[in-house]
Design a protein around this ligand. Structure first.
Ligand code: BT5
Length: 321
């Protein structure tokens, strides 16, 4: 549990009270927080200014008429129960979170941006992040003796695919792209800070094309990418999707740390769009072509080629058929 400030406490109580369940009295809220009703009124006004639809009726109290569906920082703090650093327009949430990690930010801290103008992909590639997407990073601090850190990118992919599955048929391309109908809807960038073999922190960067039309991406991506909005034909609740992904990441990460890696690997296999396909994988030491037959306990891809079996830990995978 992270301490909430008074405004977030009021918001949490309003959210918990649920829509339609009746009104929460300003007096009760004031007593809970040890502040006056006038001070409660000021916090309510500030929440309204942030976009919350709060109805106040004399002698009844206050209630939320509806919840925000676009990213809302104080609501996210309540939903995630974690420290959330939110930026309207930021270069890269991975870079921000790496700096926060060096300053001692705790495990579970999130950095999120409404617009990400300097987003990074793997190997110095660019990631485009217009308004309406989910661009965020989660800080993990694995136990010193944790094995299986190489499964973290797979965990992130599973977490996103499962969170999206109520909207569209999201599948995984090894190592960690999330695809819908063969098109990329999410990219993941995992960055490690390690010294002498010991991992200090892991920043899991997740970018999901959620609530914007595909036409907002540059022309060269139009036939390779998609957005949830385009797939579903409607906008979805940004705060809820981010919350679902975050919870999945933390749950699967806990499983990984407690050694339950077979569950993680089985989930990945169940969601995989890569296994049993003919693939071409570009690695730092060359290109491998063949049939993707399995992933092993480290998350490496096993490829059956004309000349034998190859094991690949990192690379760019292209589905050939
Ligand atoms: C990735 O790299 O897919 C990792 C992307 C990670 C983005 C998140 S957002 C939050 C956090 N903060 C960051 O700065 N990054 C992370 P890679 O597999 O290298 O793919 C990059 C390629 O995907 C680019 O070269 C483009 O071809 C394509 N691309 C760029 N933006 C895209 C988008 N919005 N949707 C689909 N494809 C995109």
């Amino acid at each position: 549990m992270i301490p909430l400030d008074s405004r977030e406490h009021i918001l949490e109580r309003l959210v918990d009270h649920a829509i339609g369940e009746g009104f929460l009295s300003g007096e009760v809220l004031g007593k809970e927080l040890g502040i006056s009703r006038a001070a409660v009124g000021k916090h309510l006004a500030a929440l309204r200014a942030e976009g919350f639809d709060i109805e106040s009726v004399k002698s009844h109290g206050h209630r939320l008429r509806s919840l925000p569906r676009t990213l809302q920082p104080s609501y996210l703090r309540v939903l995630l129960d974690a420290p959330v650093h939110f930026y309207e327009d930021e270069g890269s949430t991975n870079s921000v979170l790496k700096a926060l990690a060096l300053e001692g930010a705790p495990e579970g801290t999130v950095a999120a941006a409404r617009i990400q103008s300097g987003g990074r992909g793997r190997m110095g590639r660019e990631w485009v992040g217009p308004k309406g997407g989910l661009w965020f990073s989660v800080l993990l601090r694995p136990k010193r003796d944790t094995e299986h850190i190489s499964l973290i990118p797979l965990i992130a992919g599973i977490s996103v695919a499962e969170a999206l599955c109520s909207y569209c048929d999201a599948r995984l391309k090894w190592p960690n792209d999330v695809l819908v109908d063969g098109k990329k809807v999410c990219g993941i960038l995992v960055e490690l800070d390690a010294e002498m073999g010991a991992v200090n922190s892991v920043v899991v960067g997740i970018g999901v094309n959620l609530n914007f039309p595909l036409t907002e991406l540059p022309g060269d991506l139009l036939n390779k990418a998609t957005t949830v909005k385009d797939e579903v034909g409607a906008e979805v609740d940004e705060n809820q999707v981010l919350r679902d992904i975050y919870r999945n990441v933390m749950d699967y990460y806990d499983m990984m740390q407690s050694g339950q890696t077979t569950i993680v690997l089985a989930k990945w296999k169940g969601l995989s769009d890569t296994l049993t396909r003919k693939v071409r994988v570009e690695t730092s030491s060359g290109t491998i072509e063949g049939m993707a037959v399995a992933i092993d306990a480290d998350g490496a891809l096993l490829i059956r080629t004309d000349t034998g079996n190859e094991r690949v830990l990192a690379g760019d995978c292209i589905h050939l058929r």
